[in-house]
Design a protein around this ligand. Sequence first.
Ligand SMILES: Nc1ncnc2c1ncn2[C@@H]1O[C@H](COP(=O)(O)OP(=O)(O)OP(=O)(O)O)[C@@H](O)[C@H]1O
Ligand SMILES: [Mg+2]
Length: 254
Amino acid sequence: MSKVIAMAGKGGVGKTTISALVTRYFTKHLNDPLLAIDADPNSNLGETLGLDIEKTVGDIREDFMKDPQGVPSGMDKMLYLEMLMNQVLIEQSAFDLLVMGRQEGQGCYCMVNNILNRFADKLEGNYKYLLVDNEAGMEHLSRRTSGKVDILMMVTDYALRGLRAVGRINEMLDDLKLTVKHKGLIVNRAPATLNKAFLDEVEKIGVPILCTIPDDNNLLEFDMARRSLLELEDDSPAVVAIRDMMEKLKEILD
Ligand SMILES: Nc1ncnc2c1ncn2[C@@H]1O[C@H](COP(=O)(O)OP(=O)(O)OP(=O)(O)O)[C@@H](O)[C@H]1O
Ligand SMILES: [Mg+2]
């Protein structure tokens, strides 16, 4: 079964950036196949990885719902949807990317969702690792059929508000049909030393800190220049922080 790494945290704290940096780590340091899943309806993981996204799983769902009779004659619905899904998968040499796109509108999507979920499960079996960049909520994670996360990376900025959001997600986890094997905090844009009020709140939440990432100017420059974060230098501060974290997680990921 594939190992699942997933991001959680409030809006704008760095989930997509960290997903891209973890993808970069995989492409540079591990040879095992990785499927990155952009589960944010305002998808932008592809952009940070320098990829153009033309179609998403959501687009397929909508097209199919608008014209359920559009299946080529003589073709099974399931096969047809699978064929369309294969077109959405973006294949790179070191990883693949699947963009979920918008969520369903009104109407009964059960049948098409079932087929798409079944396809996703089958697809996921081809990869040793899955990386899921989530929206600020936990919608996608709670809908996953396999319901297992090996490492939940709970991202916060260096602010009590971000941290409390992570605390609420942590409390919510018990209500979700989701098995989380390991979870840890990532404090993004953090100073070298965290202050006492912040550390006290971390202790209250009871989730260990996996890593702190400093403010990294290269991220801003790359964003402005629309450059792929895969091209960041090895010594860029955020890259170094993610590498150290991933090395520490090696045993869990093996
Ligand atoms: N360590 C960092 N140093 C400098 N800039 C950063 C850092 N981390 C993230 N950023 C910048 O902060 C912005 C928001 O980051 P990002 O898009 O990764 O957040 P997000 O949690 O995915 O947001 P959303 O909830 O909207 O999906 C981006 O412009 C990114 O370049
Ligand atoms: Mg994001």
